[in-house]
Write a protein that binds this ligand. Sequence first.
Ligand SMILES: NC(=O)c1ccc[n+]([C@@H]2O[C@H](COP(=O)([O-])OP(=O)(O)OC[C@H]3O[C@@H](n4cnc5c(N)ncnc54)[C@H](OP(=O)(O)O)[C@@H]3O)[C@@H](O)[C@H]2O)c1
Length: 363
Amino acid sequence: MTMPQRIITPPCAEPGAPGPLQATGRLLRWGVVSTGRIAGKVSGDLALLEDAVLQAVSSRVEANARAFADRLGFAASYFDTADGKGYDQLFADPDVDVVYVATPHGQHYEIAKLALEAGKHVLCEKSLTINAREALELADLARARNLFLMEAVWTRFLPIIHRAWDIAHSGELGDLQWLQADLGFPAAYDAASRLWNPAAGGGALLDLTVYPLTWALGIFGFPRTVLANGHLNDDGVDAQNALTLTYASGAQAQLTSSLLASSPRTATVCGSAGWLRSGAPLHHPTELTIHRHTGGQRTEQFGRIGQNYVYELREVTRCIQEGLTESPTMPLDDTLNTMRLFDGVRAQIGVSYANDKAIPVLD
Ligand SMILES: NC(=O)c1ccc[n+]([C@@H]2O[C@H](COP(=O)([O-])OP(=O)(O)OC[C@H]3O[C@@H](n4cnc5c(N)ncnc54)[C@H](OP(=O)(O)O)[C@@H]3O)[C@@H](O)[C@H]2O)c1
């Protein structure tokens, strides 16, 4: 029996290494761009890390910036004025080492680029950009300036996810042949919401598919072929999509993402000797169930720390402290290949964004 090699490097966890909240070196001073939903949740976890300083937040709106800073304990707050953008002030702040970008995807490229040009390390929410061209520009810029850049795919850093992938790669499930992963919830249509707004990069693909895809990448890696179907709304946004990934071994992955339907939100990895299913939701489950084809099953359970963003935040901290410009667990090449895959899916299902044409064509 030949097992696929472990594809995604687990986060650094040497025996005796500090836990995810413990200080590891010098303090790291964080600036956060946005006062939205995820900015608040991640900042709450940031406050749990011993070596994180909550230095500054920026918003388009003064009242939001001040309220967010007061609620979460940021030292400075910046906001848009007639003279310029709040984030420009944040990038000019010499007391900010690393910037967390948590605006809608449509703004990631412009904001992350400005942060890198100002000499800041960057953690940017998923999807890193709207398309592969923008992602490549950011990666080239970060590499040229020797700055850390990472797409915030937090699922990759969770111990339960690495446990699931370790079980699959251990041979316990036999030859791995098939994977199914879904993420769906009914999101009420609102033309202004980032989920539906084309200018914000709306649609199920850029918002949700990164998580089912993360399971496919962890088990099988990048596929040989992708066959995509999508249902587009009148604004040209994919309300749901279904992808079939095929691999040279013959293995297949079926990934479904929906902004219309409530779904089980699980990942199932199937082999010749049994199958493993994640609890819901698949991007941050607390339970795994392993079933043997010959009968019998067991369940493994995992706890949480904060909202579980501490693991990715700890990795950003470790990498910057150690002078790494990329995380081995979430390298830029994986983001670039993901964006290329998404570009290919969008070409198949007919989704395009204004930003696709906003920057010059690269050779
Ligand atoms: N890692 C995760 O678990 C996770 C979960 C959900 C979302 N995300 C990602 O995080 C990003 C933000 O999602 P979210 O749910 O936090 O969105 P959200 O609640 O709508 O917040 C987005 C914030 O971005 C700021 N913003 C700046 N320019 C904007 C513009 N042109 N239009 C709208 N907002 C703008 C706004 O803050 P100000 O008013 O302060 O400027 C807004 O509140 C997305 O890329 C998404 O994919 C990640």
